[in-house]
Write a protein that binds this ligand. Structure first.
Ligand code: NAD
Length: 302
């Protein structure tokens, strides 16, 4: 018995890298997998049936998988992808939004197209499949069926703590964390959890960076060997989040880096000041310095 026996999953951007790792892991635990991939370069150019590479590995290992070649950021295409899972395997339980591209540069060198394309693939490419999945999950819930729906999104350290040269990517990945938290509130009553995983690995994406480690594909590292840069180090967490066992976990942002799993604690109320009248900008500085930022008040002399 696998923890995902009988489940049907979609993993986007699963032709390579981290997505391939997730697809192999979900299949290993019993899920039938729709392997989505547009087959583009790291910067989002070209196209191909790279999804089939992962489908072949899953089927050669005795699992069930089918390829899907849609652009996740295309609204209609995202809808067709959700429908393919239902038409092929009778239902959808798990959506893993993983597809992504990078176009890094400092902001003064970044073109508008580099900003727009990265935002589109990551943010709309997470929202559009989630929207179609949410409609499907809502219909399923309305029919009275009890089920454990799952959406698992992909963020990054760049979006959570920042990274030089990635204003487009960091904006997108922070957006995905925010989307996760709000979507978790909207879908909770349907029995659907929504969480976000922040992986790290030696993939084609990191391969574009200076002094990058050699690119590793997820099937190159046997499950009984540990390599901290293996694209599948976060996949066991994804498989667990996809399972019935994780029903009590939603709206969480979790990094899985090497052998570590870290719950990210983000924005929370900090030092607060209040007044019964409108603030006065000329007098505000001293109180902010002493009671909020705990720095020396600007008016004070040593
Ligand atoms: N590699 C890391 O260290 C790292 C760290 C944090 C987050 N991530 C995230 O992990 C995810 C996977 O990245 P990776 O490192 O495995 O890169 P990768 O290039 O190996 O895999 C990304 C896959 O997404 C596919 N893709 C791109 N645009 C698509 C689209 N519009 N529709 C469908 N498929 C599309 C590509 O064809 C590719 O196969 C991305 O969201 C990335 O931002 C990666």
């Amino acid at each position: 018995m696998g923890i995902l026996d009988g489940k049907v999953a979609i993993v986007t951007g699963a032709g390579h890298g981290i997505g391939r790792g997730h697809a192999l892991e979900l299949a290993k635990h019993g899920a039938k997998v729709v392997v989505n991939d547009l087959g583009v370069s790291v910067s989002g150019e070209g196209g191909g049936k790279d999804a089939d590479l992962t489908v072949d590995i899953i089927t050669s290992r005795g699992g069930e998988a089918v390829g899907n070649y849609e652009n996740v950021a295309d609204y209609e295409g995202a809808g067709r992808m959700i429908q393919q899972a239902v038409d092929t395997y009778g239902k959808l339980d798990i959506l893993v939004n993983n597809a992504g591209i990078v176009r890094d540069s400092a902001i003064w060198n970044m073109s508008e197209a580099d900003f727009d394309s990265v935002l589109t693939v990551h943010v709309k490419g997470t929202w559009a499949p989630s929207k179609h999945a949410a409609v499907y999950f809502r219909d399923r819930s309305k029919s009275g069926e009890a089920f454990a729906g799952r959406i698992i999104n992909t963020t990054s350290g760049a979006g959570l703590v920042g990274n030089f040269g990635q204003t487009n990517y960091a904006t997108a990945k922070a957006g995905i964390a925010g989307l996760t938290q709000t979507l978790s509130l909207e879908l909770f009553k349907l029995g659907v959890t929504v969480n976000c995983v922040g992986p790290a690995a030696a993939t084609r994406i990191t391969g574009t960076m200076p002094n990058a480690p050699k690119v590793i594909e997820a099937d190159e590292v046997p499950d009984d060997e540990f390599n901290p840069m293996d694209p599948s180090t976060s996949s066991p967490l994804v498989a667990w989040l996809a399972s019935d066992e994780s029903q009590h976990i939603t709206g969480q942002i979790i990094r899985a880096v090497g052998d570590k799993i870290v719950l990210m604690k983000g924005w929370a109320d900090g030092p607060t000041i209040s007044t019964k009248k409108r603030w006065d900008a000329e007098k505000l500085g001293q109180q902010l310095a002493t009671d909020v930022f705990f720095t020396r008040a600007p008016g004070l002399r040593y």
